[in-house]
Design a protein around this ligand. Sequence first.
Ligand code: CA
Length: 155
Amino acid sequence: MHLPKHILLVEDDPAIAEPMRYALQREGWQVDWQTTAQGALHALTQQTFDGLILDVGLPDMDGFDLCRQIRQTYNTPLLFLTARNDEIERIIGLEIGADDYCAKPFSPREIISRIKAIWRRMQPAQADTPTQVDHLPIPNATINSTVQDTTPHQD
Ligand code: CA
């Protein structure tokens, strides 16, 4: 069964959040839009999300502080919206556990692409697994030999 991706969007500016929510929904994703850090923390206790989009400048809490709090409990993929092309903001965001960032101005399509890229990085690298891997002793793991890549290697 294919469940739609569920995204938590935390952004207090409707001019940014509304077109983004529209674009994410057109992608087939469910969007929970929160305008405050407290609202976001509450939503996280109520539902499971596939991705979080956090604005750095929120009315009740710094987005970085919110990220630190979230990371104490949740590993959900997280993307920051930074106010500008600010290197310090980008570095802080990544160092406290964000998976990526987008600097304003950005397009909703860029956000969608970056979230999909995070999901791809999180998936087991099935296609890239060397065929020899089934000879390695891997405790507590079963390897399905039918997924071996038998394509001749072409260098
Ligand atoms: Ca803001």
